[in-house]
Design a protein around this ligand. Structure first.
Ligand code: GLN
Length: 476
């Protein structure tokens, strides 16, 4: 029996190479766990029927003496990343039976390493949401309390990892979709610098914000997956190379900026405030320099995000017209075809965002909304650039509260507010990580919380450094 709860990618690598167990043994152990838990948790929309064959191929590579960090490692993939000849639906009826005709760049890279793909995981429809309640195929439940949401939109990937149904996973993060569910489920969620990981083969949501992110049980594992998928890609002209940003060297005493007014501000639950203060104390005690900073524009991030993101959504989703991809409904004429197809294919939240996006981009309103949002985006950039001259990292809670009860946030605005701490990193394109920071007890259940660190463009390494330290000191 393999102890999956205690297993990490780094350890599995050693055990696979040392023939303690085979990739087939490992894959079988995960399949057994999935069989036991997935029905209740709904993390996977599909478990692939060739998992053991993939594992066998990995074993053959190992037998030949090949060794890659992720060879034979079973991973879960969010249902917005294309794997050739497999279904990819973005958890939407409009793509329900759509099969990918090519591999995403990240998938090609993982295939070369001999990764075992377990299946595709649930998400809010087209990644729009923070709970997976917007999936057309049912909610993913939180393993710490199944009456609560997993968070989202990468809830399926996060729950797969948090409940030992995968050793690691890929998600996508447009406004927090990797970090927020990771915080809600007590694991690590990492969003790299914009352009660090190719978006080729990722179903687009907001193209200036989208990032493929890594989900794992600890920081080292997230770093391993990140190293496997990152890199400049000719198929995505927004990708960057290692040289794009100056290398940031870690130093002995990193300075961590805390925007106290924001981090402990209105709408943040008392438990989150307390947990965050304790985390900061621990960082201080360890020797980090803590600096009180003020970010005047950051309050506007959420408004900026909820204008720019739907604007980009409305243009990106125009392609799903029932002619080129997926679902098709026949009407009286072409316009009627569109209407029927989109009406039947898109859920409520997706339609809402397309409508808002179309509105903010329309001729009469462009300057008042989209134009203004871009101006504030510039002001935010300047503010953060200046701040990063004074501090190495910025820390906030990941979310203003714990995972909510399924169905509790039925009005969209209250769900949007949960994104208050995560959207800024996407607006600016900077890297950010969410780390487990402890639990709070509610109704006899222990619900996880997360702390978020943000770093300047290209400074992923600082996040891994501080993350590993925080992991070691958080329980002291
Ligand atoms: N929760 C945010 C939203 O609803 C973020 C989504 C994401 O990152 N894909 O837009």
């Amino acid at each position: 029996m393999i102890d999956l709860a205690a297993l990490t990618i780094a350890e599995a690598r050693k055990k696979l190479d040392g023939k303690v167990f085979s990739a087939v043994d490992l894959a079988q152990a995960y399949l057994t766990e999935i069989e036991k838990k997935n029905k209740e948790l709904n993390a996977y929309l599909e478990v692939y029927d060739d998992v053991l064959e993939q594992a066998k191929a990995a074993d053959e590579m190992i037998a030949k003496g090949e060794s890659h960090p992720l060879l034979g490692i079973p991973l879960a993939i969010k249902d917005v990343i294309l794997i050739k000849d497999r279904k990819v639906s973005a958890a939407s009826k409009i793509l329900e039976n759509y099969k990918a005709s090519y591999d995403a760049t990240v998938i090609l890279k993982l295939k070369k390493q001999g990764v075992v793909f377990l299946g595709r995981t649930n998400t809010d429809e087209f990644a729009m949401g923070g709970s997976t309640e917007n999936s057309a195929f049912g909610v993913t439940k939180n393993p710490h309390d199944t009456s609560r949401v997993s968070g989202g939109s990468s809830g399926g990937s996060v729950v797969a990892v948090a409940s030992n149904m995968a050793l690691g996973a890929l998600g996508s993060d447009t406004g927090g979709s990797v970090r927020e569910p990771a915080a809600f489920c007590g694991i690590v969620g990492f969003k790299p610098t914009y352009g660090r990981v190719s978006r080729y083969g990722l179903i687009a949501m907001g193209s200036s914000l989208d990032c493929i992110g890594e989900i794992a049980k600890n920081v080292r594992d997230a770093e391993i997956i990140y190293n496997a998928v990152k890199g400049r890609d000719d198929l995505d002209s927004t990708t960057i190379s290692d040289e794009t940003y100056p290398k940031v060297f870690s130093k002995d005493k990193l300075v961590i900026g805390i925007p106290y007014d924001f981090a402990l501000g209105e709408g943040v639950s008392p438990e989150v405030r307390e947990n965050f203060k304790q985390a900061v104390e621990k960082l201080k005690k360890f020797g980090f320099k803590i600096k009180d900073i003020s970010l005047k524009n950051v309050d506007m991030s959420l408004a900026v995000y909820y204008i720019i993101m739907p604007a980009e959504v409305s243009t990106n989703l125009a392609r799903f017209d029932g002619v080129r991809y997926g679902l098709h409904k026949d009407g009286k004429n072409l316009f009627d075809d569109y209407k029927l197809t989109k009406g039947a294919g898109f859920g409520k939240e997706v339609r809402r965002r397309i409508l808002i996006g179309t509105y903010v981009l329309s001729a009469g309103y462009y300057d008042a909304y989209y134009g203004k949002a871009q101006l504030i985006r510039d002001a935010l950039k300047e503010e953060f650039n200046k701040t990063f001259n004074k501090v190495d990292l910025i820390a906030t809670p990941t979310t203003p509260d714990t995972a909510w009860k399924i169905g509790e946030k039925s009005d969209p605005l209250s769900a949007y507010l949960a994104d208050i701490f995560t959207v800024t990193a996407n607006i600016l394109g900077i890297p950010a990580i969410s780390l487990p920071s402890g639990f709070i007890e509610t109704e006899d259940k222990k619900l996880p919380l997360g702390i978020q660190f943000m770093a300047p463009h290209g400074a992923e390494d600082l996040l891994f450094d501080v993350g590993k330290v925080f992991e070691a000191i958080k329980d002291n």
